[in-house]
Design a protein around this ligand. Structure first.
Ligand SMILES: CC(C)(COP(=O)(O)OP(=O)(O)OC[C@H]1O[C@@H](n2cnc3c(N)ncnc32)[C@H](O)[C@@H]1OP(=O)(O)O)[C@@H](O)C(=O)NCCC(=O)NCCS
Length: 184
């Protein structure tokens, strides 16, 4: 499969924030934005791989500013990194108030998508052609993110698994919790 540029799959989706996306005070639910991020990540991954893709993990989602009904949310996505079957998509979310022209950067995050063959097996995706310094930096940083993420998951799954309740409670001393186990 021939290599593709970052530009070949770059995707922008703009969506009007309607009342059904929001809570009673007119602020858009975080889950609505997550769903839009998933959508733009899917489009970007599908364009690069030419295949059916699934979401594997999400990193760095944080909502820095509230988004309100009536705003136009734009999600810009591009492929930062490709492995064998996985792709890390960087997404920047901006919200525009059409009346004032004011825009705010609400968050940036990374979605890992994997390409699958028709039979559900993993598909090897095309290599990524890095045409700019920014492309190179993003590929490098995403590769580091992938490595660090693996370390963190290992730490959560292994390092703390064998700790006793007493060790866990001692580790929590000074935190704002009261350990009062009734039964399991
Ligand atoms: C993701 C999935 C394919 C991984 O399967 P697996 O048997 O563990 O396969 P591998 O370990 O070979 O991983 C495949 C790729 O996914 C990547 N991957 C696996 N788990 C990952 C994770 N938690 N975060 C980021 N990447 C991950 C691997 O690094 C690998 O990348 P590479 O091919 O570029 O080297 C499998 O867990 C799956 O199908 N999950 C369901 C995804 C889904 O349906 N999502 C929709 C939401 S319901």
């Amino acid at each position: 499969m021939s290599a593709k540029t970052v530009d070949a799959s770059r995707t922008v989706i703009t969506e009007l924030m309607i009342p059904s996306f929001a809570n009673f005070s007119g602020k858009v639910h975080g889950g609505t934005l997550l769903s839009l991020m998933d959508k733009v990540a899917y489009v970007c991954a599908a364009k690069h791989s030419g295949a059916y893709c699934v979401t594997v993990s999400v990193d760095g989602v944080e909502f820095r500013e509230p988004v309100e009904v009536g705003e136009l949310v734009s999600l810009s996505a591009s492929i930062n990194y490709v492995g064998n079957s996985s792709m890390i998509i960087g997404i920047r979310v901006e919200s525009l108030k059409p009346k004032t022209g004011e825009t705010k950067h609400t968050n940036s995050c990374y979605f890992t998508m994997v390409a699958k063959n028709e039979d559900g097996t993993l598909m090897t995706v095309p290599e990524l052609i890095l045409e700019t310094h920014l492309d190179v930096r993003r590929f490098h940083d995403a590769k580091k993110l992938k490595e660090k993420r693996r370390d963190i998951m290992d730490m959560l799954h292994r390092e703390f698994k064998d700790m006793t309740d007493e060790q866990l409670a001692a580790d929590l001393e000074g935190n704002r919790c009261i350990v009062e186990i009734v039964e399991d």
